[in-house]
Design a protein around this ligand. Structure first.
Ligand code: DQA
Length: 149
């Protein structure tokens, strides 16, 4: 089997991790999360590319471009989770297996965060484990891709 390539997508305001509402999102920066994912990817013997954008269209473009170069997607669409039909449709269109992650447990928070447009079309969702949600998501996705027939 050839080496898997995973796209890690971060949505709006996640560039401010570390300083943004640390009581909810923790004190780990996005750069640190990406570093941790890179070293986990080495252990899992896969390649990863990390991308953050505050703009819905950029995220849609990046999902479309993944078609030619990535086997799986780990996505924290942040606020767009709860609003974006366009991101959901892009994920459905490329049909690349994806795992949805959230630092906070979105079901313990405000009602408007309880609905995810993305959840019905992903392999699974990990929510509430802080920065660890990303590493759990990457491990689960790689395992899924390696074991699916
Ligand atoms: C988030 C949860 C979303 O509701 C919120 O809009 C975010 C971050 C999380 O990782 O916990 O920006 O996706």
């Amino acid at each position: 089997m050839s080496r898997l390539s995973i796209l890690v997508l971060h949505g709006p305001n996640l560039n401010l991790l570390g300083q943004r509402e640390p009581g909810i999102y923790g004190s780990v920066t996005l750069e640190k999360i990406n570093q941790q994912l890179l070293s986990l990817a080495e252990k899992l013997q896969c390649d990863i590319a990390c991308y953050q954008s505050n703009h819905e269209g950029n995220l849609v473009d990046t999902i479309q471009e993944a078609l030619d170069c990535h086997d799986g997607i780990v996505i924290n669409a942040a606020a767009y989770t709860h609003t974006s039909v366009a991101i959901r449709d892009a994920l459905a269109a490329v049909a690349i297996p994806a795992v949805e992650v959230h630092l906070s447990n979105i079901y313990r928070r405000e009602d408007f965060r309880h609905h995810s447009f993305i959840a019905p079309i992903v392999v699974g969702q990990i929510s509430g484990f802080g920065a660890q949600s990303y590493s759990l998501g990457l491990q689960a996705l790689v395992n899924h891709l390696q074991t699916q027939t």
